[in-house]
Design a protein around this ligand. Structure first.
Ligand code: NAD
Length: 360
């Protein structure tokens, strides 16, 4: 079978790491026609926007995209390319598997967690009111009238909506994922003892969904307790289901458990549409140096191959990445014991080693 996949090189280190990933994916033998679409600061000047309509149209047409990181432009009034893409393509779940690879330096071993994060609402819904504006004053006034609580007039205000429909959809995705990948347990994480009507609703909805999946265990843990649990007993957990903000924070915590941003892949999933990208950003200071670690985007490619149903190719690529990391020779500077180790290879040479491994 052949596929057309949107490839968004991104900016900063994006083009280097996404090209490394593209070559590795092609080397699995899966036939992919890559449709290049641009986003980020490099296209901003030419297109007048960091997210041209043609890019969104390409993702919606092909239903699958691999994306390099993009810089969030400061001072353009544009919030974030990533948030806009997730909204426009209705990518409601963000999935971040965090698995230990032998040879990656980390305080922990044998970590195998999957974060499923709600991607569309919560404090990241973008409903914000700037201090001192008429809109902010109106909201402060309305809150006082509705609930009797006074917000200080010199406050900025961000709104946290959490709905049954969005929670239900992401919770179902988490349980379906658990089933598909033979996972045993889903843990819902929030702060429902304090935010009863938002986080409480998140728990109540996830609990309802859990009843439809008797084969998967379900539990609830408060987000603060979970932070401690994850650094002390990460082995107790499996699939973690979180609202948007906690999910974002917990994703970086879990990336830290498995050795950092260089090895943390991700996927944004919608209804029949999916966009795959590393957790890390565009690291502009390393742009064009052929220096940074391509593993996170390559592993995002593994997730993409699995999503396409190309399981054998996904396993082949995953094994090759694991072998190269375990051998510790053809890896980038950040994977060496000493970051100044002169034997560290560049981004594209690490991809070459992974490709050789698949062929050998
Ligand atoms: P970043 O992830 O780009 O970089 C932080 C640091 O992590 C880097 O300086 C580098 O030391 C290290 N790092 C990141 N990726 C690495 C890799 N592949 N190999 C080795 N080391 C790596 O985070 P930041 O500096 O906070 O963000 C830079 C820009 O990226 C911002 O504009 C931000 O908004 C954007 N961003 C984009 C995405 C995305 O496109 N999905 C995600 C996060 C941040």
């Amino acid at each position: 079978m052949s596929y057309t996949v949107t490839l968004m090189p991104g900016d900063g280190i994006g083009p280097e790491v996404s090209e490394a990933a593209r070559r590795c994916i092609d080397a699995t033998g899966v036939k992919i026609a890559w449709e290049i679409a641009h986003a980020g600061v490099d296209i901003l000047e030419q297109a007048g926007t960091p997210l041209p309509d043609a890019t969104v149209a390409s993702v919606l047409k092909n239903k699958v995209a691999l994306k390099g990181p993009v810089t969030t432009p400061i001072g353009t009034g544009f919030r974030s390319v990533n948030v806009a893409l997730r909204h426009k393509c209705d990518l409601f779940a963000c999935v971040r598997p965090c698995r230990s690879y032998d040879g990656v330096r980390s305080r922990y071993q044998n970590i195998d967690l999957v974060i499923v994060r709600e991607n569309s609402e919560d404090l990241y819904a973008g409903i914000e009111f700037e201090k001192g504006t008429p809109g902010c004053a109106a909201v402060i006034d309305a809150v006082e009238k509705a609930g009797g609580k006074k917000i200080k007039p010199d406050s900025g205000v961000s709104i946290k909506p959490i709905s049954v429909s969005a929670t239900r959809r992401v919770a179902k995705y988490a349980f379906d994922y658990a089933r598909q990948y033979q996972r045993k347990k889903v843990t819902a994480i929030a702060k429902a003892n304090i935010m009863k009507f938002t986080d409480g609703l998140f728990y109540a909805t996830a609990r309802e969904v859990a009843k439809e999946y008797a084969d998967i265990k379900y539990e609830e843990v408060l987000v603060d307790a979970m932070c401690m649990q994850l650094v002390q007993k990460p082995e107790l957990y499996d699939v973690l289901l979180l609202p948007n903000l906690y999910g974002d924070i917990m994703s970086d915590l879990c990336a830290g458990l498995v050795g950092g941003l260089g090895v943390a892949p991700g996927a944004n999933i919608g209804d029949g549409v999916a966009l795959f990208e590393a957790v890390h950003g565009s690291a502009p200071k390393y742009k064009g140096q052929n220096k940074v670690n391509p593993t996170a985007v390559i592993l995002s490619g593994v997730l993409m191959l699995r999503w396409l149903g190309e399981t054998a190719a996904a396993e082949k690529l995953d094994r090759a990445v694991a072998d190269v990391i375990r051998a510790g020779k053809d890896v980038t500077y950040d994977m060496k014991a000493d970051r100044n180790d002169p034997s560290a290879v560049g981004t594209s040479q690490m991809a070459d080693a992974i490709i050789r491994r698949m062929q050998g």
